[in-house]
Design a protein around this ligand. Structure first.
Ligand SMILES: *[C@@H]1O[C@H](CO)[C@@H](O)[C@H](O)[C@H]1NC(C)=O
Ligand SMILES: *[C@@H]1O[C@H](CO)[C@@H](O)[C@H](O)[C@H]1NC(C)=O
Ligand SMILES: *[C@@H]1O[C@H](CO)[C@@H](O)[C@H](O)[C@H]1NC(C)=O
Length: 455
């Protein structure tokens, strides 16, 4: 296990990147890699490794992320005897995606053969000085050194060949953090990376897109579960199916303190505090649907970030709950949405921006009613709709059906552990990474057609 004091992991990672040579792919008839070849562009270490090396640079304004780097970004395991559970920090998505791509069976060392070109640029780590100082005043320049490198310093032909349309990268912060207009006065929050015409043609895989996305596509936040074998995945699924669900609904999170202005998190807190008093609900009408529940609402207080690297705090209660509330906070999406799929806990959304209008590649947009519940936040905050009433009205049979669908979708939303070269070794199960790669290849193919570049 690594820590800030021992940079061993870093040398191993360096060695790994340098030593691994992309597989020589099969050619000719029955070419399995046709249309799927990816080249990883070489970047100087200041765009990736140096950013990891500087993991404690911004203390105390931004906490050290050195501990999260262990296991190629999966973080340390939660305890000694687990293989699959890690203290994963979602901001490590750039690193763990890069590591997974090194296992991808259709890598090519020859960029001219590639259908897509990956930029191993740790964009959100590079954004830290702009977001948290000392470079906040130059936040419109985030990304320009990278653009310069790609179009002037190193093989400009690779960019020019297709106007950059075949390049893609990963961004592990919400698009909001990268969408400040370059001429905003005064500077508000965020860098301008997604607003720079220089990068309009590059596809960005991001944990949360803008309401009207342009060059970005949202992909799942990493959770804490990273099984290395299909066996480990299936035994988890069996546990989730078997789990006895004695709580109707749960909210794990912070915010919405009772003193704050009306907002959805506050409404949930209020309802949840009352909900503990069961009689309050039992006496309402004479159906005894919820006799089955020992608890109406559970509130897992994650204020102060106490849950972030401690999945046990919320996974256990989620396993015992039928519905997991996923209210928007500072931004509309939450990692917790993916934790609830993992726990077989049916997510309850309060606006479409929280998932439906984000994760179109991973969750079927037309089928939200089959695996989630949507209650408009305005109805709850302003019109007195009680979440508990809406959820209790759903017949038990339907709850069972929805949960089954949640469990079916779960493997698509996890990031399995690196080290297996393709999903063939995984019984063909596609995980969040596999689906993201398929999606980006397809997106790039369509763009090349649209802009008349040779594919
Ligand atoms: C890493 O930190 C050193 C020392 O503070 C700094 O000179 C360097 O520019 C930083 N590198 C990156 C890539 O941020
Ligand atoms: C887990 O492993 C670490 C390092 O090997 C050791 O220091 C620690 O005591 C172990 N913890 C338990 C609970 O076994
Ligand atoms: C983006 O693509 C357009 C259309 O192909 C092209 O005209 C433009 O030069 C490209 N932008 C960059 C920064 O290369």
């Amino acid at each position: 296990m690594s820590s800030s004091s021992s940079p061993l992991w870093l040398w191993l990672w360096c060695f790994f990147i340098i030593a691994i040579s992309p597989s020589v792919e099969s050619r000719g008839d029955g070419d399995e890699c046709w249309g799927r070849r990816i080249h990883i562009r070489k970047l100087p270490p200041r765009f990736n490794l140096d950013l990891l090396r500087n993991c404690s640079q911004f203390r105390p304004i931004y906490p050290s992320f050195c501990p999260h780097l262990a296991n190629h970004g999966l973080g340390p395991t939660t305890h000694n005897r687990t293989l699959s559970w890690h203290r994963t920090d979602p901001s490590m998505l750039e690193l763990l995606f890069h590591r997974r791509l090194l296992d991808y069976p259709c890598l090519t060392p020859d960029p001219l053969l590639a259908d897509a070109i990956f930029l191993p640029y740790y964009s959100s780590l590079d954004a830290l000085p702009f977001l948290f100082g000392p470079a906040t005043n130059s936040s419109p320049f985030h990304g320009l050194p990278l653009f310069d490198h790609l179009t002037r310093i190193h093989r400009p032909d690779l960019w020019l060949r297709r106007g950059g349309h075949d390049h893609f990268l990963v961004m592990a912060r919400p698009a909001w953090d990268f969408s400040q207009s370059p001429d905003a006065e005064p500077l508000v929050w965020g860098t301008s990376f997604l607003k720079l015409p220089q990068f309009y043609n590059v596809s960005a895989l991001i944990i949360e897109s803008r309401p009207t996305p342009y060059q970005e596509q949202a992909i799942p936040y990493p959770t804490s579960f990273h099984p290395s074998t299909p066996h480990l995945l299936h035994s988890w699924i069996r546990r989730v199916r078997r789990s006895r669900r004695t709580t109707l609904m749960l909210f794990a999170g912070g915010g919405g303190s009772i003193g704050s202005n009306p907002n959805i998190r506050r409404s949930i807190r209020l309802e949840c505090n009352n909900g503990i008093d069961r009689a309050n609900y039992d006496d309402d009408d004479d159906d005894d649907d919820n006799v089955y529940y020992e608890k109406v609402c559970e509130f897992v207080d994650c204020s102060g970030g106490v849950c972030e690297h401690d999945p046990i705090r919320y996974m256990r209660p989620m396993l015992e709950t039928n519905f997991c509330l996923q209210p928007p906070g500072d931004t509309p999406t939450r990692r917790s949405t993916f934790d609830s799929f993992l726990a077989g806990c049916i997510p309850v959304f309060f606006e479409d921006l929280s998932a439906r209008r984000q994760y179109g590649w991973h969750l079927p947009e037309e089928e939200y009613g089959e695996f989630s519940v949507t209650i408009a936040k305005e109805d709850v905050v302003w019109d007195g709709v009680r979440i508990v009433d809406v959820l209790r009205r759903i017949p038990e049979e339907e709850v069972r059906r929805m949960r089954e669908r949640v469990i079916e979708l779960m493997p698509r939303l996890i990031y399995r552990k690196h080290g297996v070269s393709s999903n063939v070794g995984w019984g063909g199960i596609k995980d969040a990474f596999d689906i993201a790669v398929e999606g980006v290849l397809e997106r790039i193919r369509n763009r090349l057609l649209k802009f008349n570049y040779s594919a």
